[in-house]
Write a protein that binds this ligand. Structure first.
Ligand code: SAM
Length: 275
């Protein structure tokens, strides 16, 4: 699984060049796209197309080659294969057949976007592409709104304004970053509240190119005080067992369930003692 640059060819790793030169075959999404990369680095290895359209048909052939002892390098058009790109089913099939899978790490828009975002990186949820259909996109955002983590999305320039508008409506007031055309000539990183970014892209000309959107975690979870947590626990303890109350508040606040359980027990027994 060989990562390739997401725009700037200088991001190709020495190891990626070496592995692609030495492989028996390079499986790639599009032989024209990868052909240009190979030409640039003087790599002469044969290519075969492996993508969402021909995967089911091509996979058995690749597996047979691997079983016969050949080495196959999988690349995508850009970045790290399998990350919103083909490859997962091939890796799963390799694992099933006890064939070795070796990662050759390198560029990925996911990490490049995340590290420019100026948002917490200790807990992230990669959500890939949201649906192009507004209703489905909004439903996904409603589910993601409950996740106490920094969220990372892939998007294309032309859909950016509509996606940011839905994010502002469905994720609530949060800090976010739009990282566009990373590692390329027109690299641009914009940070601000979701609603502000949504307004900026709604009013400006349609954005071009490729985009990573990074959205900070829900602010409530960050700012919660002990009193807020007690209030949330007391509220759900009216109708739930201590265990369920701890689980429910853990889900909505991102606080550790064990600590919430201990606190909920204390609140419950204090309540029982209260005449
Ligand atoms: N597997 C790739 C990776 O690891 O970076 C991602 C492939 S996915 C089909 C393409 C999406 O990745 C784009 O729509 C965009 O969201 C993001 N992307 C790729 N290159 C980018 C770049 N140079 N700057 C910003 N986002 C990029």
């Amino acid at each position: 699984m060989v990562a390739t640059p997401i725009g700037n060819l200088m991001d190709m790793t020495f190891r990626a060049v070496d592995v692609l030169k030495q492989a028996d075959l390079i499986a790639c999404e599009d032989t024209r796209v990868t052909g240009k990369l190979l030409k640039h680095f003087g790599i002469k290895t044969a290519m075969v197309a492996y993508n969402d359209h021909n995967g089911a048909k091509t996979r058995p052939r690749l597996l047979a080659d691997l079983e016969a002892g050949k080495s196959i390098a999988l690349v995508s058009d850009a970045g790290t294969p399998l990350i919103s790109d083909p490859g997962y089913k091939l890796v799963a099939a390799c694992a099933e057949n006890a064939l070795r899978v070796i990662p050759i790490p390198g560029a990925s828009a996911l990490l490049a976007g995340l590290v420019t975002a100026a948002l917490p990186t200790d807990r992230i949820l990669f959500a890939g592409f949201l649906s192009a259909k507004q209703k489905a996109r909004q439903t996904s955002l409603d589910t993601l709104a409950r996740v106490d983590a920094t969220l990372v999305f892939y998007e294309s320039g032309p859909r950016l304004a509509a996606t940011l508008a839905d994010m502002a409506d469905h994720l609530g007031p949060r800090q976010a970053t739009v990282a566009r055309e990373l590692t390329k000539l027109y690299e641009e990183v914009k940070r601000g509240p979701l609603a502000g970014l949504a307004a900026q892209y709604r009013e400006g000309p349609a954005a071009k190119g490729e985009v990573v959107i990074v959205v900070g975690p829900p602010p409530e979870a960050e700012a919660m005080t002990a009193a807020d947590i007690d209030a949330a626990l007391q509220d759900v303890l009216k109708t739930m067992s201590v265990r369920d109350a701890a689980a429910a508040v853990a889900e909505t606040t991102g606080q550790p369930r064990r600590a919430l359980y201990t606190r909920a027990l204390a609140l419950k027994s204090a309540d029982a003692d209260d005449p």
